[in-house]
Ligand binder design. Structure first.
Ligand SMILES: Nc1ncnc2c1ncn2[C@@H]1O[C@H](COP(=O)(O)OP(=O)(O)OP(=O)(O)O)[C@@H](O)[C@H]1O
Length: 311
């Protein structure tokens, strides 16, 4: 059974805006799923619906087998949510804020547990500091500590590293990996494709309230990843040279560069044949370089292909 099961979920806000247009998604126990999508794609709406904060207009969602509407308390008790916006009591001390969150779920006080969470998040030294005296990055850590205080089995991180510095971002990734090692299922939304590349097991792309694709990150990158070989030429060409049937070639820079796109997963890349063919044709090569296309290119390609389909 999937940890999170989303079936035909639609959400239309009061006022008529449709934020989710039929979402189906299964999330496996113990995986890290990154949801990528442009602003307004529906990521926060989807997370809020899974956490039972927003009511879907139709469709069903279960977490750990519990329907998030009909069995809200059971479902919510195994979910931790780190919201996008910082919502903390400015005058409260760090440790009390985290203890209080645990209490809200009806769990008994467990100082050893709270200490271990605060240590993991490098907040132990700041335990008696009032929230208002913390930096923005530290406040984000407190949000995570609160979300972990009741030992959730599924953790939602809504843009956890928006606006944090590079060091803190890497720390967050380490924390996420440690939680995964503890068996926690993690769903994060992000605008940073490098973040999905770095930590996700699977990547989902959402746009205009619809999931365009969900796939294992590695297979996605292999399947859609290709490389380009750029051959800089001494003399410009007026057209792509003949004799290279089956090669995806184009000319750039007014004919002074020949660009060959090839599949990185293919058994033979064709590079040797291309270079030999150019030599045979008397085409002098000045320089060569390759560029790997990233998850970012794949993502931009997907979202723009959908926009063209709709146009
Ligand atoms: N309470 C609301 N009432 C009406 N429309 C809303 C409400 N909340 C969100 N929306 C709209 O629903 C759409 C999806 O918003 P959502 O916050 O889910 O997107 P997102 O993918 O999380 O975006 P971002 O990356 O900018 O955080 C947006 O167009 C937003 O304006």
């Amino acid at each position: 059974m999937p940890m999170v099961e989303i079936r035909d979920v639609f959400k239309t806000y009061d006022g008529g805006f449709q934020a989710l247009g039929g979402v189906n998604l299964d999330i496996k126990e113990g995986e890290i799923l990154a949801l990528l999508g442009p602003n307004g794609a529906g990521k926060t709406t989807l997370i809020s619906a899974i956490c039972g904060i927003t009511l879907p207009t139709s469709g069903t969602i279960t977490v750990g087998g519990h329907d998030v509407v009909e069995r809200y308390r059971q479902a919510r008790s195994i979910v931790g949510l780190v919201p996008q916006e910082i919502t903390l009591e400015p005058f409260e001390k760090v440790i009390n804020t985290v203890r209080f969150s645990r209490g809200l779920f009806g769990l008994p006080r467990d100082d050893a547990r709270i200490e271990s969470i605060l240590r993991k998040l490098s907040l132990w030294d700041k335990r008696d500091t009032p929230i208002r005296a913390l930096s923005g990055g530290m406040k984000r850590r407190v949000l995570i500590a609160k979300a972990l205080s009741h030992e959730p089995r599924v953790l939602f991180l809504d843009e956890p590293t928006a606006g944090v510095d590079v060091e803190l971002r890497r720390d967050m990734w380490d924390i996420v990996n440690e939680l995964k090692a503890d068996g926690v299922t993690i769903i994060l939304t992000t605008h940073y494709i490098e973040e999905a590349e770095a930590i996700a097991d699977r990547v989902g792309v959402i746009d205009k309230g619809q999931i365009l694709l969900v796939e294992e990150k590695d297979s996605l990158m292999n399947r859609m990843g290709h490389k380009e070989l750029r051959v800089e030429l001494d003399e410009p060409l007026t057209e792509v040279p003949g004799g290279f049937d089956g090669f995806d070639l184009r000319i750039e820079r007014d004919g002074k560069a020949l660009v060959y796109s090839y599949d990185t997963s293919a058994e033979r890349t064709g590079i040797a044949r291309l270079m030999a063919g150019l030599t045979d044709a008397g085409i002098a090569v000045r320089d060569v370089s390759t560029v790997q296309n990233s998850l970012e290119d794949i993502f931009v390609g997907l979202v723009s292909a959908k926009q063209e389909d709709e146009a």
